[in-house]
Design a protein around this ligand. Structure first.
Ligand SMILES: [Zn+2]
Length: 263
């Protein structure tokens, strides 16, 4: 009887013990599930927060560049005035963009609104003994497209892959729809090398163009922001006040527009 009770008691303890161990395992399993759910939720939130902030910060560029979900670019903002329109790889010329052109003596065209300042700049440069000319002014979409294709073909002929050729070309030629030449607000100024050296002309422009409202649009120290290699010949009209402020603060147009919008 006594042994029986002991056995019984032992048996109960034993069963209780088993249940207890089972219960603990079960609790651990539930805890494990809860913890992994929590980790998944945290990871998902982190992914959502990071991608959300990157999209906000880059205005969708991150998505376009990294996933190809979005195609095309934003339309350039004209709210700061026609002279401060910013077009680059992220901002394309608005579809409704209208301009009136004035033809230069060599047949090149520019937006009529920049013509007086351009003429004055050239007159003063010539007074300083320089010989220079506008090699490129306004371009149509088709002309920009042809220039891009020509440049890509050059790199392909040099043995670069299609992808490399396209990337290298885009370092010098703007994607059609995003070129300042299509705005008529930019000029490529070259030296007439029979009378002046390119270095002399570029140096004069670098030092003086801002007085006439023109800026060197793609300076060597801003290539990471502009996405375009140094172009000492490409001048963009922004107006005298903006050009002076940009010169004073060493801003490129991207930086200036951002600064202007936050003031
Ligand atoms: Zn140019």
């Amino acid at each position: 009887m006594e042994r029986c009770v002991q056995r019984s008691g032992y048996g109960q303890r034993s069963r209780y013990g088993q249940r207890s161990r089972y219960g603990q395992r079960s609790r651990y399993r539930h805890m494990y599930k809860d913890v992994s759910k929590m980790v998944c939720r945290i990871a998902l939130s982190v992914v959502i927060i990071i991608s959300g902030s990157m999209i906000l910060k880059t205005g969708g560029t991150f998505l376009r560049q990294n996933t190809g979900f979005l195609t095309g670019t934003e339309r350039a903002d004209t709210s700061l005035g026609w002279n401060l329109i910013l077009v680059n790889k992220d901002y394309a010329i608005p579809g409704h963009y209208e301009l009136e052109l004035t033809q230069l003596s060599n047949g090149k065209e520019v937006d009529s609104r920049i013509y007086p300042a351009l003429q004055e700049m050239f007159d003063d440069a010539r007074m300083s003994g320089l010989q220079l000319y506008v090699r490129e002014g306004y371009r149509t979409w088709e002309e920009q497209q042809a220039i891009m294709e020509e440049r890509i073909a050059e790199y392909l002929a040099q043995g670069y892959s299609k992808q490399e050729a396209k990337k290298m070309a885009e370092g010098y030629v703007s994607i059609p729809g995003t070129s300042e030449h299509q705005l008529g607000l930019a000029v490529d100024v070259n030296a007439d090398t029979s009378a002046s050296s390119s270095d002399e002309v570029y140096a004069w422009l670098d030092a003086n163009a801002y007085r006439y409202g023109f800026i060197k649009r793609y300076p060597s120290d801003k290539t990471e922001i502009t996405g375009v290699n140094h172009e000492p010949w490409h001048y963009r009209y922004v107006g005298r006040e903006a050009a002076e402020e940009m010169k004073e603060n060493n801003f490129c147009l991207e930086e200036y527009v951002e600064w202007k919008e936050s003031h």
